[in-house]
Design a protein around this ligand. Structure first.
Ligand code: C2E
Ligand code: MG
Ligand code: MG
Ligand code: MG
Length: 283
């Protein structure tokens, strides 16, 4: 009966659950203020080609709550998505990315670099997403081919035709598209059949397991072969060891990202570490 269900509901809503709700509410209030108080920052993690040449970076969002303790994106991105805060936050990320590309474009030693940013489903599906992206690109006068949007399968789940149309609009701006976390979703192959991605990112769970687990290794080499056959770039993320690197090189992987090469760093530190002529001369 309804009465009994209500009682059940009341009974399962215990103090621990209340504590979870409170923490979440507190986090949400904090996140709302984070943009105004400039508590968000982009960190950069370098990406390399097979010869070890720096090709650019992925921008990863960091939240310094109350200016100090760092909240992981794993903890606040889902909340930002649920509350819709990801829309203004994502717009801020695009603005920062364009500003960075603009400054890279001014110097010979950084002009060739590409910058990847992560885009959430909710953000991607905003009616004015493409027009606002176009405005940012125009306002910063950057070369749009230096900007890459990393999408996950959740972006596509809604509606394939609509997603295809939107992806085409983005590509017609000259911006590149990557399929992030490739391999852990449900029907990725049909996405590859229909959707114009420039790059596949092999999910780090396969890279992590590929040496110990024959199946993961087989999946990684199959994804690399698939990317070659489709004429797409493939990048491995989560490359942590020389053994990972060697296995990927043996399987002809074109692009690399992971702690073995570099951790995500604040923009200034990243720029100094990876593009400063004094510190990169000996490389
Ligand atoms: P992702 O886009 O798949 O990013 C890769 C994650 O792997 C990053 O975690 C990165 O720091 C981490 N990583 C890099 N190299 C290694 C490695 O060698 N080993 C291991 N174990 N991990 C490595 P992070 O920075 O915590 O970001 C987590 C996720 O949060 C991202 O996954 C992305 O989905 C989301 N995210 C980050 N920034 C943004 C953003 O600006 N917008 C949106 N919508 N999502 C973002
Ligand atoms: Mg990513
Ligand atoms: Mg990923
Ligand atoms: Mg991920």
């Amino acid at each position: 009966t309804v009465k009994a269900e209500q009682q059940d509901t009341i009974r399962v809503f215990n103090p621990e659950m209340q504590a979870v709700v409170d923490i979440r509410a507190e986090l949400e209030t904090g996140l709302r203020a984070a943009l105004e108080h400039a508590e968000l920052a982009l960190f950069l993690q370098p990406q390399f080609d097979r010869e070890g040449g720096l090709i650019g970076a992925e921008a990863l969002l960091r939240w310094f709550r109350c200016g100090t303790d760092m909240v992981s994106p794993a903890d606040f991105i889902p909340l930002a998505e649920d509350t819709g805060l990801i829309v203004p936050i994502g717009q801020w990320v695009i603005g920062e990315a364009c500003a960075l590309l603009r400054s890279w474009g001014k110097q010979a030693r950084t002009r060739h670099l590409r910058l990847a940013i992560n885009v959430s489903a909710r953000q991607f599906h905003q009616p004015d997403f493409v027009s606002r992206l176009a405005e940012e690109i125009a306002a910063s006068a950057i070369d749009p081919s230096r900007l890459k949007l990393e999408l996950t399968e959740t972006v596509i789940l809604a509606d394939l035709d609509y997603t295809l149309q939107r992806m085409n609009e983005i590509r017609s701006l000259g911006v590149c598209l990557a399929l992030d976390d490739f391999g852990i979703g449900y029907s990725s192959l049909s996405y590859l059949k229909h959707l114009p991605f420039d790059q596949l990112k092999i999910d780090q769970s396969f890279v992590r397991d590929m040496l110990g687990d024959r199946r993961s290794g087989a999946i990684v080499s199959a994804i690399l072969a698939l990317g070659r056959a489709l004429g797409m770039e493939v990048i491995a993320e989560g490359v942590e060891t020389h053994e990972h690197h060697a296995f990927l090189q043996d399987n002809d992987c074109g692009f690399y990202q992971g702690y073995l090469f570099g951790q995500p760093l604040p923009i200034d530190e990243w720029t100094q570490r990876w593009t400063d002529p004094v510190t990169t001369d000996d490389a």
